[in-house]
Design a protein around this ligand. Structure first.
Ligand code: BG6
Length: 441
């Protein structure tokens, strides 16, 4: 197996991410046979642990636990790994604060790791265009771009991976995917929770950096990019980058929930936004003139991520002489329940000719018996087998930052009450996505 013998090193091994997400995901991969007894998992951190105390801290089943060991610090790590005779390939997961990425990457390089290694990092990748560029340059001094895996966990969501399949594996939709038939595109990613205990991070970021620059731009790229010539990661990334290069912010508004400045870690008088709405344009031949609306925020009325495609109204002919027929819509439910719903007009049964709105529903829970794997399982498995499709390149992140240059931290911030959805008034005519919750729950 391609995954045989590789060593997975978790730097920042006693942290929350390692304990709550990474080690449990690796354990599930082991249970499913995607990892085996030839693999080694090494925790690395500053805290001294014995192998046993490290295993106890991450609470594991015995057989899987035997794959784990602990090494304090990076110095001596190369010799330690070699002595464990675990094969050549080493994956470094930097479960650390982003400020540590460059120092760690360079320390690993200095320790002698250069060939046959993968470096895994998670957002934020910089703070704006200049800092992202600097981060990428510094990382490139220590590792090749082809060895770096940048995680955007939205790409590992099943319903997100299905976007390209929906578009390019169904002859039905491909012809209408353009400004001739589509009236607008809407992406909504809402959370009912506030910033919880992440005030110190969030207050320096805001929702545009936290969600739009990465997750929402990735969704939008998959939804609107041109067909790649092949499915290889380089081709897909190229199309995403070209799309991002055509993206332009037309209008935006920023909001902050009442009580935000009293949260732990938030600066007094902070003007960081917790909710934002943006109207974008894509300046290419396929999408010119079509508005794209994005909205995302914390502490609003509900949790849910949806994409809505509004098709253009029918001509005022035949059944639509009075212009009363609702245009077709396609709703991608990304979470919490995954599905795709298409709104159609149909004749109501009976002796008269009334037309009603109906839906065609595809719900993952009804269509598939298999469990939907958690994002980290999918991502770790891809890293281990060297598949870069679901990872973000340096160019993609930099291009995405560039689009937002004039928006970050700019403009007024309007207050909203917790539990309510602000109205930005950008002319979006948002689809009432809540209506679709019960159609695929
Ligand atoms: C993270 C953001 O990247 O994504 C969080 O930093 C946000 O602020 C989270 O809550 C949302 O992820 P999901 O998978 O719960 O939609």
């Amino acid at each position: 197996m391609i995954t045989d013998n590789c060593t997975i090193v978790i730097l920042g091994a006693s942290g929350d991410l390692a304990r709550r997400k990474l080690v449990p995901a690796l354990q599930l991969l082991y249970k499913k046979g995607k990892l085996n007894d030839s693999n080694r998992i090494v925790g690395v951190g500053r805290t001294p642990f014995t192998d046993d105390s490290f295993r106890n801290m991450v609470a594991l089943e015995e057989r899987f636990g035997a794959l784990l060991s602990y090494h304090q610090g990076i110095e001596g790590l190369k010799l330690y790994i070699t002595s464990r005779k675990a094969g050549e390939r080493v994956i470094f997961f930097l479960a650390q604060p982003p400020e540590a990425y460059v120092t760690t990457a360079c320390a690993l390089r200095k320790e002698g790791f250069a060939k046959n290694v993968s470096l895994v990092i998670e957002k934020p990748f910089g703070y704006n265009y200049a800092s992202a560029q600097k981060l990428n340059q510094k990382l490139a001094e220590c590792f090749n771009e082809s060895n770096i895996f940048r995680i955007d966990h939205y790409l590992a969501k099943e319903a997100v991976q299905n976007i390209l399949v929906f578009r390019f594996a169904n002859a039905l939709f491909y012809p209408i995917w353009n400004s001739r038939y589509i009236e607008s595109i809407q992406i909504s990613a809402l959370e009912d929770i506030g910033i919880l205990n992440r005030g110190a991070y969030f207050d320096k970021a805001g929702i545009i950096r936290d969600m739009v620059q990465n997750h929402l731009f990735q969704l939008l790229s998959l939804l609107t990019m041109e067909a790649p010539p092949t499915l290889c990661p380089v081709d897909i990334s190229l199309q995403k980058t070209l799309l991002l290069r055509s993206l332009r912010v037309e209008r935006y508004r920023r909001f902050q929930y009442n009580g935000y400045t009293a949260e732990k870690g938030v600066a007094a008088g902070s003007t960081t936004e917790t909710y934002a709405e943006l109207k974008l344009a894509i300046d290419n031949f396929r999408w010119t003139g079509i508005p794209i609306y994005l909205r995302t925020g914390k502490a609003v009325n509900r949790r849910g991520t949806e994409i809505g495609i509004r098709l253009k109204p029918l001509p005022r002919l035949l059944f639509n002489e009075r212009g009363e027929l609702s245009p077709n819509r396609i709703v991608f439910k990304i979470q919490p329940a995954e599905g795709i719903i298409i709104d159609l007009s149909s004749k109501a049964p009976g002796t008269d000719n009334s037309i009603v709105g109906t839906h065609m529903n595809f719900c993952y829970r009804d269509a598939f018996a298999s469990e939907i794997p958690d994002a980290y399982q999918r991502l770790l498995h891809d890293i281990i087998r060297g598949d870069r499709t679901l990872f973000v390149t340096a160019e993609e992140t930099e291009t995405a930052w560039k689009v937002l240059e004039k928006v970050l931290d700019k403009g007024d911030v309007t207050a909203y009450e917790r539990g309510t959805l602000p109205d930005a008034g950008l002319g979006s005519d948002w689809i009432d996505f809540e209506k679709y919750v019960s159609l695929c729950a």
